[in-house]
Design a protein around this ligand. Structure first.
Ligand SMILES: C[S@@+](CC[C@H](N)C(=O)[O-])C[C@H]1O[C@@H](n2cnc3c(N)ncnc32)[C@H](O)[C@@H]1O
Length: 221
């Protein structure tokens, strides 16, 4: 499949809007385990600013801000980002966090080599085709400065929900209203071409549990 059907992607946007509206702050206020790892990796690489893609209501963006990074948080759900901004004000880190509504199927709205680090927890495995995922990682590469670090996580083909629900082709399955692109290992390796692949770490999150890989890759200096 060359592109995820437009109607699936658009329906997913509405689904995430409705989900954040009915379950405000659904992921809680504590940072995810991958964000804690990323903060250490970003600091070790000398990063000062972080771009987070698919930030949702901001459990991780706000953690990066509390850790002293300047954060640009994007998501295609305005409702999630509104909750993020409210929480940023309450936590008094709003001066370090900016938000932008953005669909990652479109080019990133940032100049070349303008960010130190990029973080994306469970975003690349959303309703995106393999072609769209490659284009997105190309955009991440464009906006990262030389030596920049990219940490992302994805559900993979060892996940309990792999193959469950409605099949949309291209390893995309829709289950309980959420569409997920389950990553095969070959896709991780293909996305790291031209990068240094620092680590692929398997971990679990949530009650199901979701089975994920945390991938850390960096650009040559
Ligand atoms: C599984 S949630 C993870 C949210 C956040 N990273 C976290 O872990 O708390 C996936 C997020 O990606 C966003 N998303 C899904 N598809 C997107 C797209 N095409 N462009 C931008 N954001 C998208 C959803 O709105 C949602 O906030």
């Amino acid at each position: 499949m060359d592109g995820a059907p437009q109607d699936l992607a658009d329906a997913q946007r509405q689904h995430w809007q409705d989900t954040y509206r009915t379950h405000p702050g659904m992921y809680g206020q504590e940072p995810s385990a991958p964000a804690a790892h990323a903060a250490r990796a970003f600091r070790a690489a000398g990063a000062g600013n972080v771009l987070e893609l698919g930030a949702g209501h901001g459990r991780d963006a706000l953690f990066f801000a509390r850790e002293g990074f300047t954060v640009q948080a994007t998501d295609f759900s305005p409702t999630g980002l509104e909750q993020l901004r409210d929480a940023a004000r309450l936590q008094e880190v709003d001066h370090r966090v900016a938000t932008a509504v953005h669909d990652v199927r479109e080019p990133l709205p940032f100049p070349d080599a303008s960010v130190d680090a990029v973080f994306a927890h469970m975003l690349l495995c959303m309703a995106l085709s393999t072609k769209e995922i490659h284009a997105l990682v190309g955009e991440v590469r464009r906006v990262l400065r030389p030596g920049g670090t990219f940490v992302y996580t994805v559900r993979h083909s060892g996940d309990a929900h792999y193959g469950a629900g409605t099949a949309h082709g291209d390893d995309l399955y829709e289950h309980g209203g959420f569409a997920v692109h389950f990553f095969p290992r070959a896709l991780v390796d293909a996305l790291a071409e031209g990068w240094t692949l620092n680590e692929v770490h398997a971990f679990e999150e949530g009650g199901l549990p979701r089975r994920l890989w945390r991938v850390t890759q960096s650009l040559p200096r």
